[in-house]
Design a protein around this ligand. Structure first.
Ligand SMILES: O=C(O)CCC(=O)C(=O)O
Length: 216
């Protein structure tokens, strides 16, 4: 069952450390790894182009732009398609895009960033299913970096970020010892439109790029 963690500042997380039983999570991990085409994607900043320190797969009818690069539309495989409505039902929200981040070992990681692209809307609900090795998930308040929270995301756990999470906090999956095994994280989002979409009446300028682009 998802339990709410109140992060204050209008932010909530919902978290279930064992949303899927271990056996089912293991079978799902193998099936998703087999059906997904993973790529090495870039992070593009004004100073440099580096590669994301992990492999990435995705699915959705709209292109998704983050970290200076765009994932083009891509179809949903049958395994992911079967998982999708279960996640929507558990979370009580609809999603039209999924990103699959594959951390091959503890060296693969994700730098601090926020998912605050305008096309995600003002207070996006983002659901993340973790499969495989347990990794740390760190949150840091944007304007008072000393304020941090850390969760451990085990095999079969489901985390939902909502409220002001993407506007007030950044999150990361830090490096871990190399011997930490493979992990797959599947995040589900709702894209209101293609890159550049703005909510009616929203400010025309995008959020500061440094917040969307992950830190190395
Ligand atoms: O791998 C994870 O747990 C985090 C994924 C994430 O932060 C993202 O997709 O924005």
């Amino acid at each position: 069952m998802l339990r709410e963690i109140d992060l204050k500042a209008g932010t909530w997380l919902r978290y279930d450390p064992c949303w899927l039983p271990a056996e089912e999570a293991t079978a799902l991990l193998a099936a998703l790894l087999a059906e997904t085409a993973f790529e090495e994607r870039p992070v593009v900043t004004s100073e440099a182009v580096i590669l994301q320190p992990r492999r990435v797969g995705w699915a959705g009818e709209l292109p998704y732009h983050y970290s200076g690069q765009t994932l083009p539309p891509r179809g949903v495989g049958p395994v992911l398609a079967a998982l999708w409505p279960r996640i929507e039902e558990a979370v009580g929200a609809r999603f039209n895009h999924a990103v699959l981040n594959r951390y091959r070992d503890g060296r693969d990681h994700m730098g601090l960033h926020a998912d605050n692209e305008p096309e995600l809307g003002r207070e996006p609900v983002i659901a993340a299913l973790s499969l495989g090795a347990t990794r740390e998930f760190r949150l840091e308040l944007k304007h008072r970096r000393a304020i941090k929270r850390t969760l451990r995301l085990p095999h079969g756990s489901l985390l939902v970020m909502g409220g002001a999470c993407q506007h007030k906090w950044r999150h990361a999956v830090p490096r871990a010892p190399v011997e930490v095994g493979e992990r797959l994280n599947v995040t589900f989002r709702w894209l209101h439109g293609p890159p550049g979409w703005r909510a009616p009446g929203a400010r025309t300028e995008a959020p500061p790029p440094g917040e969307q682009t992950e830190e190395p």
